[in-house]
Design a protein around this ligand. Structure first.
Ligand SMILES: Nc1ncnc2c1ncn2[C@@H]1O[C@H](COP(=O)(O)OP(=O)(O)OP(=O)(O)O)[C@@H](O)[C@H]1O
Ligand SMILES: [Mg+2]
Length: 509
């Protein structure tokens, strides 16, 4: 007889249906897995054999063939252990086929028959839901799967528990959906930051409109500190964003404690990160840091220290909001709609522009250092602010700024205004903040008063703004207007402020 268990394979964030077919036939004893299994799937044989043995079952001395269909899709990962084991149990008549026919199954087996956590349980559960099926998964992933809605979920600790459930001996309870309440320890509060009013304002605009920000300043002026305040002023993810971001984290195995993400992700990879680590890919395609930062923030500290090619690879995702990983036999797309926040020193010694501290090689050293960032890359950064060193007076005083919670309220209000405006214009669902606005919608939302338009034109001429620069400036001005009570048309003070954050030639610092 041939048994059949449903499971899944992943292509980027897409989920493919896979059938695990198991046949036990007479012939020389053998256990074969076919259907393009990778090494982890191939080794599944040994884990399944040991897990069944642990339950007191031994595989029959017959010819056992496991086929993973469709046979032309590469199968990667250890989550095929459970469907293979279930297929064998059905083929061995330990369990009836009807019991498992309306379930998708995924999970890794331990040698003792225990079920171990695997990646991708959330997207698999969503797939099961679209096919009106249930899901069998390891217990530790149950709360993640429960977010897929009203489907039957069997989250078991071991294979034995599953068999007992189907026999009605020990019925498994439905797992509870959980939210991630984890708050990162590295988040700082804006009220701790002394001075740096321009940078704080830029941070608020960045958060309100989903813009990109670059902070330039000497060592110890508070750039990294300011960036770590950003998660504290960003609103929580909307339910839809939470699901989208959590799917990516589920696939990467970085979903904390199996709960759905609630706060916006904040990723700060070290500058030694490789290109695949940042944009995704590698031997086995995995989402990179920019996808893990989907709907959140990617913070690149010490920007020029990143490899040039790595930075250049961010150019396309910064425009399109997704990244395409191409391989010879397949390509996958990962969403990557993130805000880029970066910090850097103006030169290698760090003190370019501070007359007393400058090294003897200035301005050559600044030009060399900054030349690591290409024009097109910088053109994608809407706000570029200087973070000067604090004066001794400022250092000596107590910080007097607003706490993050107050700024967060303003940011949230501005974001709500934007969401309402996009909804009124029936904008595509991809557009949620001004930073996402494109084409006709952008023209519609970024109408200017007459004097504002005159100012914009003359500035564009003087600064030699590119078309992209023009539109980015408009988006920032729109956000400034939204923080300013959201007048219908952008006024000249909003344009003037947006212009002040645009510094095209870093060496002019
Ligand atoms: N404006 C500030 N207000 C209060 N504390 C500050 C400020 N700037 C710096 N500090 C203190 O100095 C420490 C170092 O600052 P930070 O790491 O942000 O500097 P940086 O600008 O990132 O320097 P580098 O260029 O070397 O990375 C902070 O952790 C904080 O304690
Ligand atoms: Mg720093």
């Amino acid at each position: 007889m041939v048994s059949k268990i449903k499971t899944v394979a992943f292509r980027g964030i897409d989920v493919l249906d896979i059938d695990v077919e198991v046949q036990i036939a007479n012939g020389l004893p053998a256990f074969t897995i076919v259907g393009l299994p990778d090494k982890a799937v191939g080794e599944s044989k040994e884990r399944v054999r040991a897990a069944l043995h642990a339950m007191g079952l031994s595989l029959p001395a017959k010819r056992m063939t496991v086929n993973l269909a469709p046979a032309d899709v590469n199968k990667e990962g250890s989550h095929y252990d459970l469907p293979i084991a279930l297929g064998l149990l059905v083929a061995m008549d330990v369990m009836p086929q009807d019991a498992v026919q309306d379930f998708y199954a995924l999970g890794e087996l331990g040698l003792d028959g225990g079920l171990r956590e695997v990646t991708g349980v959330l997207p698999a559960a969503l797939q099961a839901q679209t096919q009106a099926c249930g899901l069998i998964c390891p217990q530790s992933s149950g709360s993640e799967a429960a977010w897929a809605g009203e489907i039957e979920i069997l989250a078991a600790q071991s294979l034995l528990q599953l068999i007992n459930h189907f026999k009605g001996v020990q019925v498994l309870a439905r797992p509870q959906a959980r939210l991630d309440h984890h708050v990162s320890k590295s988040i700082r509060d804006l009220s701790d930051v002394k001075g740096q009013e321009t940078a704080k304002r830029a941070l608020e605009i960045t958060a309100a409109g989903g813009h990109n920000l670059l902070m330039i300043g000497p060592p110890g002026s508070g750039k990294s500190m300011l960036a770590s305040c950003l998660p504290g002023i960003l609103p929580d993810l909307t339910p839809r964003e939470a699901l989208e971001t959590s799917i990516i984290h589920s696939l990467a195995g970085t979903l904390p404690e199996g709960g759905l993400l609630r706060s916006r992700p904040y990723r700060d990879p070290h500058h030694s990160a490789s290109q695949p680590a940042l944009v995704g890919g590698g031997h086995k395609a995995k989402p990179g840091e920019i996808s893990l930062a989907h709907h959140g923030v990617l913070f690149l500290d010490e920007l020029p220290e990143f490899a040039k090619a790595t930075l250049e690879s961010l150019r396309q995702p910064l425009e399109t909001g997704e990244t395409l990983v191409a391989r010879v036999n397949y390509h996958v797309t990962y969403p990557a709609r993130f805000q880029l926040v970066a910090a850097m020193n103006p030169c290698r010694c760090g003190y370019f522009g501070q007359v007393e501290d400058e090294c003897t090689k200035a301005p050559r050293c600044a030009e060399d250092y900054q030349s690591k960032l290409s024009g097109p890359f910088l053109d994608r950064i809407d706000l570029q602010v200087e973070v000067p060193p604090l004066s001794i007076e400022e250092l000596g005083t107590q910080p007097t700024g607003e706490p993050s919670s107050v700024v967060a309220q303003r940011v949230e209000k501005a974001r709500l205004v934007q969401a309402d405006r996009f909804a009124a214009l029936s904008a595509p669902s991809l557009m949620r903040v001004n930073g996402d606005a494109q084409g006709k919608i952008l023209e519609e939302i970024a109408q200017m008063e007459e004097d504002a338009e005159r100012l914009m034109r003359s500035a564009a001429e003087k600064l030699k703004l590119s078309a992209r620069g023009w539109y980015r400036m408009l988006r920032v001005a729109r956000t400034i207007a939204d923080l300013d009570g959201a007048p219908d048309k952008i006024g000249s003070p909003h344009i003037a402020e947006a212009l002040s954050y645009r510094r095209l030639r870093l060496a002019d610092l």
